[in-house]
Design a protein around this ligand. Structure first.
Ligand SMILES: NC(=O)c1ccc[n+]([C@@H]2O[C@H](COP(=O)([O-])OP(=O)(O)OC[C@H]3O[C@@H](n4cnc5c(N)ncnc54)[C@H](O)[C@@H]3O)[C@@H](O)[C@H]2O)c1
Length: 506
């Protein structure tokens, strides 16, 4: 087939006028393309066009678009009476219900009307593009254009070639995405492509942390925002997207990767979904939206103590930086040597819990407290106790850190604290996506920044933390738990050993 999606007069037909379809149609019409819209439900297209019309009125009112421009966008956006109207289209974008059989039936029906060189792109999130295409007379014409919600706002589009797609199809879809003002990245036809795959670290690991009584959802959210610089905490995100949607994605990716432990869904979330605690849309999720916002009690109550005159810090990763911060706050911090003269022994472990670090360093567990120096880009500190830490030692450590002017969160013992552990999982899943050749390293980072709104892509994040440090966190987490979900990928292990960027190709 001859693929040409560059023609100035090319017509786009969007099938499915729901949340995604109407947004995609708006984007195409705004990019100057004649755009047709179809839906199987009576009245759905008229409703969708009315929603677009109202949205653009808002843009005009804010001065972001002229009334004339709006009128021409609306002129370019036209309803289709039947699928036969797709005959004039060079590209059909499908955004109907997420059901393989229904999509395949639609594609077969469409093929009866389309020209030989017309392309069909599916917006599927969780089905295989190859499998959808396999039901077509010409699978070569089928590819994936995965938009994000809401399409007019979200810049990213994942472009997916099926195994039987025409060799020129991916490049043509990339050029089309650029033509409509989007940022394309190319992904292989694998479960969750890049974005929904990369998202399998943040939420699931946060759920494990809460299930293990280490910190509350609110404490995890605060740490991820105030210590790690994320725009939203994982539990705020669950409530925004809906626990039912997120849980379904978790189950789908886990099943489609044949029970890969890294992607294990949460039994606790399953109960919340079954109980209807879905988030904002039901008024209650991890937070309560019905009444005035409630503050949950902290996981650990720390009795206020005066700031200590001195502390001892084990001579490990991050100790020198912590000592400098404490010294500047008027606390004499001694790094290394004999700890016996001090009331507080601080450890700064990587992927190890406070118990493990105290025993390894032969410290008195009752006087040992751990501080996360890796999972801290911004102000907030995490302080972690072990089951024997004395309240005095914990209170003195919190007072010492508070004296530096930064807020402090105290948590129960955890392999890798909260932030360190979540960041290491994000980097490891990103490395696995690179290892499986789902996308090029730079595209993985772009997809995660634009699609998930993380401050950095997973590979760039790993480079910032230091690949060797991330590897140490994961290796220690796995050694402590014997849990295969924490095993580091060969991609990460190799680059850490060579001392090079996680974006380094093979
Ligand atoms: N909602 C999201 O966040 C999101 C993000 C990316 C991709 N997607 C994918 O986009 C697709 C659509 O999702 P949505 O959220 O817009 O769903 P939606 O339920 O809002 O809209 C689907 C529309 O398709 C119509 N429809 C169903 N069967 C049809 C058929 N055979 N022919 C024509 N129209 C038909 C329905 O009447 C409905 O209006 C799905 O494949 C979904 O996985 C959704």
């Amino acid at each position: 087939m001859t693929i040409n999606l560059d023609r100035p007069d090319m017509i786009v037909a969007v099938i499915g006028a729901g949340a995604m379809g109407r947004g995609i149609a708006q984007v195409c019409a705004q990019a100057g393309l004649q755009t047709l819209l179809f839906d199987a439900r009576d009245g759905a297209v008229a409703e969708a066009i009315a929603v677009v019309d109202k949205g653009l009125d808002g843009q005009v009112a804010k001065g972001r678009m002229s009334a004339d421009d709006k009128a021409s966008v609306m002129q370019r956006l036209r309803p289709m009476a039947s699928l036969a109207d797709a005959a004039s289209a060079g590209l059909v974008i499908e955004a109907i219900v997420e059901d393989l059989a229904v999509k395949r039936e639609l594609f077969r029906a469409l093929e009866k009307h389309l020209g030989a060189d017309a392309v069909i792109a599916t917006n599927t999130s969780s089905l295989s593009v190859t499998e959808i295409a396999a039901g077509c007379e010409r699978p070569a014409r089928v590819g994936g254009l995965h938009f994000f919600n809401p399409p007019p706002v979200m810049k990213l589009v994942e472009v997916i070639g099926g195994l039987r797609s025409d060799p020129a199809l991916v490049d043509a879809l990339v050029a089309f995405a650029l033509r409509i003002g989007k940022q394309p990245i190319v992904a292989t036809d694998t479960p969750g492509f890049v974005v929904n795959h990369a998202g399998r670290a943040y939420g699931p690991e946060a759920l494990r942390i809460v299930a293990q009584g280490i910190a509350s959802p609110r404490e995890v959210d605060i740490l991820m925002k105030e210590a790690a610089g994320f725009r939203m905490g994982p539990f705020e995100l669950f409530d925004l997207i809906g626990a039912d949607i997120t849980h379904a994605v978790m189950e789908s990716i886990f099943a489609r990767y044949y029970d890969e432990p890294m992607y294990q869904p949460s039994a606790q979330l399953a109960v919340r979904v079954a109980g209807g605690l879905l988030g904002r849309k039901t008024g209650r999720g991890f937070y309560d939206y019905a009444d005035a916002p409630k503050t949950s009690a902290p996981t650990i109550l720390v009795a206020p103590r005066p700031k200590p005159a001195s502390v001892w810090i084990a001579d490990e990763d991050g100790a020198a930086e912590l000592a400098a911060l404490l010294n500047a706050a008027g606390i004499q911090a001694t790094v290394g040597g004999a700890p016996s003269a001090h009331a507080v022994n601080i450890v700064t472990p990587l992927g190890e819990d406070c118990t493990g670090a105290a025993l390894r360093l032969k410290l008195d567990p009752a006087r040992t407290v751990a501080v996360d120096m890796v999972g801290r880009f911004k102000g907030r500190y995490t302080v972690m106790k072990n089951p024997l830490t004395a309240p005095d030692a914990l209170g003195a450590t919190v007072a010492a850190l508070a004296a530096t002017g930064a807020p402090v969160t105290a948590i129960n013992d955890s392999i890798g604290f909260v932030v360190q552990r979540l960041l290491a999982m994000i980097v490891n899943v990103g490395s696995r996506i690179a290892e499986l050749r789902v996308a090029a390293p730079a595209d993985i980072d772009t997809a995660v920044e634009l699609g998930l709104n993380y401050p950095r892509g997973p590979l760039a994040l790993g480079d910032l933390l230091g690949p060797a440090r991330v590897l140490a966190v994961l290796d220690h987490m796995q050694a402590a738990t014997h849990d295969p979900k924490y095993r580091a990928t060969a991609w990460l292990r190799r680059r850490a050993a060579l001392g090079v960027s996680l974006r380094t190709p093979d």
